[in-house]
Write a protein that binds this ligand. Structure first.
Ligand SMILES: [Zn+2]
Length: 286
């Protein structure tokens, strides 16, 4: 796996790449805009140029870059106004990815807030179809993230993601981002090698291995099936080191960005520690 973390774009989008390189990362996740605001102006030309220049300089491969969409977006909502806003916003973020040269954007499938799973999934499909069916459709892929399943959120089962992928008109533009903390909190165990193998077989049998384009590497503060989304440092949560080792040693994920979304601590000590742990697990010394 190409290892990295979600990095701050404070001071300019290119600064995320600079920080990632400083920490010896081979992958990086960014926000394309302030994730707590709706406004999605395209990134200014100078910001795009600075980002693309830095990309060549630091040697992070373009396909090891991924963006994460705003947390305000809810594609599954039954509320028409919010659905419109969410769809427009996701389209804008995908176009920002195109400008920056980032190949994919991770988004949570959303919450149906009482309208039901089927209705919620149909709304997600409609949003994706409206974005990629447009005349000025973006090129960047949308990656639906697996979720812990809090409240009425979709994406806690691989089967829900399979249904959404099967429903969209342009399935080649849609993929999946696995999040280890969310999978575990949603009830998928992969701490033992046999369980990991069973999980991969399940991924293969639902969304398909090729749909997986990114992996979020987070340990979990809460137990298996807790449906609570609280990230922990690698090896310090309920998943433990072994569960990450299976993912890291699996050649099928070799070229994917593996992204930490854990506490950074002072001066990024959290990132440095977790990167060292992941590197150790990827190349066991025996
Ligand atoms: Zn995540």
């Amino acid at each position: 796996m190409r290892l990295g973390a979600h990095m701050s774009t404070a001071g300019g989008t290119f600064r995320a790449l600079e920080r990632a390189a400083e920490y010896g990362m081979d992958a990086c996740q960014i926000f394309t805009k302030n994730q707590r605001q709706w406004a999605a102006k395209p990134p200014p030309d100078d910001a795009v140029a600075a980002f693309r220049d830095k990309m060549g300089e630091v040697g992070i491969a373009p396909d090891a870059l991924v963006a994460h969409a705003s947390y305000l977006i809810n594609l599954a909502t039954p509320d028409d106004a919010l659905w419109e806003k969410s769809t427009t916003s996701l389209g804008g973020e995908l176009r920002a990815c195109d400008a920056l040269g980032v190949p994919s954007l991770v988004v949570h499938p959303g919450a149906h807030v009482g309208s039901g799973t089927e209705a919620g999934m149909a709304r997600v499909v409609a949003a994706i179809d409206s974005i990629y069916g447009a005349a000025d459709a973006p090129v960047a892929m949308t990656l639906l993230e697996t979720t812990a399943g809090q409240g009425t959120t979709l994406g806690a089962t691989l089967d829900e993601l399979r249904v959404i992928l099967a429903g969209v008109a342009s399935p080649e533009r849609v993929g999946v981002c696995l999040d280890t903390c969310h999978l575990f909190a949603a009830g998928y165990d992969f701490r033992a090698e046999s369980d990991y193998r069973a999980l991969v077989a399940q991924i293969d049998g639902t969304v398909g291995l090729d749909a997986v384009r990114a992996i979020h590497l987070n340990d979990s503060q809460h137990g298996l099936g807790s449906r609570k989304d609280r990230h922990a440092h690698i090896g310090e949560g309920e998943i433990g080191r072994d569960g990450f080792g299976w993912f890291l040693m699996d050649p099928r994920w070799r070229d994917l960005p593996g992204i930490l979304e854990t506490e950074k601590g002072d001066d990024g000590e959290g990132d440095r520690k977790n990167m060292a742990t992941l590197r150790g697990l990827a190349a066991p010394a025996d």
